[in-house]
Design a protein around this ligand. Structure first.
Ligand code: NAD
Length: 356
């Protein structure tokens, strides 16, 4: 039986294609932006400068201090610059950290945004803003933070190192995995999730083997990332995202790597409570079993498999589980304290997951 379900399509304009960065001027014009503030991380400041040179007359400056997990102090400084420059729009050029800063500024100013993603994290398609204050990450959902326009230009992803490509791709894949068992899931989102997992799982090993010149694989991965990000924006996320928010916000663990380490473990935790989702994940991965398939995909990408290698202190496991048990996200299997401690211990040392 199909349904019942609710499906909400988000009002967002998406351009996808090699060389589409050239459309930025037209897109700013469509939004009535004449003084865009360009946002980037320090690492991508050079890219931001070249975009400013290309579209100079429509921009007013660059703020190149975007930081992972969107600390509120960074947002406050950017807001000051935005006001001093009298910006009337935002161009977020980069990965999830930069797009997060754009959203944080849009939340405070309601200025229109163009997002130009250069990783696979997927933040550009979601109405979700995660911010960190006093070591705690909180998230809010509002259409006010959703970028008006997103430009996917595969050329901007060719510089992504193999390691970041792999972990960022698994971060995207995690959105689709959780969308397949979301309590508010629907058939459209499930189609996108399955297709997104298939596109990323077939392209990421090729990208790791050849990060700079396999355009087809890069394009396939960006397509998958768009689909998976759209899933994240459309339905509620579960235990996996909750765990990653806690680990990132509390211990400063790197976002994409944390998603990568945790995904097979959380899939194992949920497996027997979400058999339909697991068979769709397995089908997309072209394997018999979703959990071992996800772990094997990670192994094929040479990504980190242990939380301890990401800087997680052993002593933090209990604190993390206490925080995970607080403000729970809907999840097929309720969070159980002892089982979560055991799962985090396995993930901490990098052991393969054990299905419950
Ligand atoms: P990131 O944006 O922090 O980028 C990591 C580093 O890689 C940065 O130094 C960046 O400049 C660099 N980089 C980015 N693209 C590059 C490229 N093409 N070539 C070379 N270097 C490049 O990493 P991320 O994983 O994309 O984003 C993580 C952040 O995004 C976290 O804060 C996370 O919470 C957030 N996020 C939010 C959502 C949401 O819906 N709100 C979704 C996903 C991720």
């Amino acid at each position: 039986m199909i349904g019942p379900f609710t499906y909400v399509a988000r009002p967002m304009r998406t351009l996808f294609g090699a060389g589409h960065l050239a459309e930025l001027g037209t897109e700013l014009g469509r939004l009535g932006i004449r003084r865009a503030l360009i946002l980037s991380t320090p690492h991508q400041a050079g890219l931001a400068q070249s975009v400013q040179q290309q579209f100079g007359e429509l921009t007013c400056g660059i703020y190149a201090k975007a930081t992972m997990h969107t600390p509120v102090e960074v947002t406050a400084e950017a807001l000051e610059q935005l006001r001093a420059l009298d910006a009337d729009g935002l161009v977020a050029l980069g990965g999830g950290s930069t797009i997060g800063l754009g959203k944080a500024l849009a939340w405070r100013t309601d200025l229109p945004q163009v997002a130009i993603p250069t990783t696979y994290a997927g933040s550009e398609t979601t109405p979700i803003l995660g911010e960190t204050e006093h070591g705690r990450k909180t998230t809010l959902r509002s259409d006010k933070v959703l970028p008006e326009t997103v430009i996917y230009d595969v050329n901007l992803t060719l510089s992504m190192p193999a390691g970041l490509s792999a972990t960022s791709g698994i971060n995207a894949l995690a959105h689709a995995v959780e969308a397949l068992y979301a309590n508010d899931g629907n058939p459209v989102v499930s189609l996108m999730a399955e297709e997104g997992i298939a596109a990323l799982s077939r392209s990421l090993p090729r990208i790791v083997a050849d990060p700079t010149s396999d355009w087809n694989a890069r394009s396939d991965a960006q397509y998958g990332a768009w689909l998976c990000g759209t899933c994240l924006g459309a339905v509620a996320m579960g235990l996996h995202h909750k765990i990653c928010h806690v680990l990132g916000g509390t211990f400063g663990l790197p976002h994409a790597e944390t998603h990568t380490v945790m995904l097979p473990h959380v899939a194992a935790y949920n497996a027997s409570f979400a058999p339909g989702a697991m068979s769709r994940i397995a089908r997309a991965l072209r394997v018999q079993d979703a959990v071992s398939g996800l772990f094997a995909l990670n192994a094929s990408l040479s990504v980190p498999v242990a939380l301890r290698d990401l800087g997680m202190p052993d002593s933090g496991i209990r604190q993390a589980v206490d925080l995970i048990m607080r403000d729970q996200y809907a999840n097929p299997r309720p969070p159980e304290h002892a089982a979560l401690v055991e799962m985090l211990r396995r993930a901490w040392v990098g052991k393969p997951p054990v299905p419950d």
